[in-house]
Design a binder for this molecule. Sequence first.
Ligand code: 3HC
Ligand code: NAI
Length: 699
Amino acid sequence: MTDNANPVRYAAEGKIAVICIDNPPVNACSQPVRAGLMDAMQRFADGPEKVAVIYGAGRTFVAGADIKEFGKPPMDPMLPHLVDTVEQQEKPVVCVLHGTALGGGLELALGAHYRVALRGTRVGLPEVTLGILPGAGGTQRLPRLIGLLPAAEIFTSARQVGAEEALELGIVDALSEEEPRVAGLNFAAEILARGDGPRRIRDLPGPKVDAEAVGDLRAKVARANRGQIAHLSALDVAVKGASLPLDEGLAEERKAFMKLMESPQRRALIHAFFAERKVARLPEIEGVEPRAIAHLGVIGGGTMGGGIAVAGLLNGLSVTLIERDTAAADKARDGIGRTLADSVKRGKLTEAKRAELLEKSLTTGDDYAALSEADVIIEAVFESMEVKREVFGKLDKVAKPGAILATNTSYLDVNEIAAATARPADVLGLHFFSPAHVMRLLEIVVADKTAPEVLATGFALARKLKKVPVRAGVCDGFIGNRMLRVYRLAADHMILAGASPYDIDRALVEFGFAMGPYAVADLAGLDIGYMTRQRLRPTKPAEERWGDWPDRLHEMGRLGRKSGRGYYIYDAENPRGRPDPEVEALIAEERTAKGITPRDFPDDEIVARYMAAMINEGARIVDEGIALRPLDVDVVKLFGYGFPRWRGGPMHHADAQGLDTVLATIHDCAKEDAYFWQPAPLLARLAAEGGSFASLNDD
Ligand code: 3HC
Ligand code: NAI
């Protein structure tokens, strides 16, 4: 940065004012940037220069307003005023876009009279992903420039538009191969040569409104963003502005923006934005150099091993996958080939690249010796301590010195697995989620002897695979699955007391989850829960209540989607499942046998109990140090368990509701089952102090 006071540099180069925004890392339009640009505009207006060029230093043009300022008292000059000031200049202003010109960055550029983009630039208005709408003219100027529907499609989807498409749509006037400053100087020289003056979007007529097409888009956006308020608000304000003079449209936009700024959804989404980035920052690996990773070994080529191999291949790693015999290895290779073919179908990969990956980057076989070159070896064999220990026992002989030895276990004790090798310092858990090449979450499980360098390499691998890594300590189920067991049990208890699985799923989908827990169980396979219960049964405390019906469903061969029946029936007419009266009858039978008189559960009670169980276990996990901070718990649930992002994650949701409200639900439920509903000490303490989980997220 130039100096702390002014991150904006002004240089007069002959007739051209060259204005550089230098506010690393992403040139966010913070108050000093806005003030610096206002000064620059004043100097340009007063000075002899004939054209102004605004560009960004470093990797990008302005990536948006400074999100860190949100929720704080607004500071002058405000962004809309700055954009107006740029637009009202009497001499032409050019913006040069590179990197990502997003949100307030694109809005600033729409205030300029001309826009040049470097190849590779992406532009967009992603504000809705933060629970707000473009608040510096984006919903008013972009429709005037390119039409209401194309503009609305961009700001309601938050998609990033590539430079070529931006040129086609008319968002930018020209593309350049030069670096930003030179691109700006060249364009300004052309303007000077032609004698072109300012060209303001505000002078364009309001866009036409095709009511039917807007209605269709509105319905589509509402469907895709169930429960969220920002998307439709942005669309509505754009439609309203179409028939108003620009300044009135801008005033409407500002009003809607300020309203959203105060919404709980905005707070939740901003929390999610920063949590997603902060989660990878661990004091224990700061400055620790990760080991090099180029070659990935995978043991076990079933659901998870195959997915992990695909994730490695798609992100530039060579992969060696070992199965029990050659037939199983061939089957795994076919599976990987099919998954890559899907990527080709979805346009993510070319057929030639797929063939090359399968031929040159993937080795499959049944000989462990082939793992000798692997930098990281991930075991994804059956969930059995015996099998896993046997596999790790073999690795000592084949793995090269310094190779990372990882297990993808869902629940098992990573210390015990590590003890099967002579190099426990190299062992850690890398818990992927299914499908492993799609799901973003990666729990990185640190065992007692895991070396910091090994942990750092786990995080480096996550970055390579474009995952969101969360550090977890060793316990049964780590962060995500340990919590899942508890809130699923809370749901089962509601079923025993009278709710149906379908009531519970509906209430939670209404809350914002993509699917309810019983639909998810069907998708994962009812055998997974069955095996977990079998494993935990010997240590199950006598006071803990379990329903019998989940085991009975399994014994009846109902494995969920894969067998066509689980909690739901899956058939040609109902590929996504329909309720099964036989399941309800089975549950009713159990209630009768246990002497339970069923009662109704309103949706809000279902949600309150389910969330209280989730939050309570999350609090224990933080207190025990299994998760580093509450935000780590939030990120696990957001990225691995379909928790609605616009509610911020369970711990943020707890703060938003008030911890005493959560605690009151727990006390209330404890009247029925004091064993299950014991308040977590951390939750009780914070509630008594009037504290929040957020306070534990601070550095
Ligand atoms: N404000 C403040 N900080 C920001 C920021 C912003 N708009 N965008 C990114 N940052 C910070 C990140 O928090 C991160 O900080 P850290 O290093 O301390 O963790 C750092 O910049 C780098 O960000 P990423 O790790 O995300 O870097 P990438 O290279 O992966 O991605 C990016 C860059 C595509 C620009 C991505 O950061 C991004 O999508 N940013 C948000 C863009 C956005 O939403 N803009 C709209 C803002 S709202 C707005 O403009 C309102 C207006 O309409 C009035
Ligand atoms: P799977 O049954 O689909 O695949 C396991 C594979 O391991 C089989 O193909 C089997 O032939 C192979 N295998 C068994 N012993 C072997 C050995 N000694 N050497 C080489 N290969 C061997 O199981 P899945 O679902 O892929 O699970 C694997 C691991 O991942 C388990 O620990 C599981 O708990 C965990 N996991 C599973 C998730 C899921 O959703 N399925 C999610 C996250 C983790």
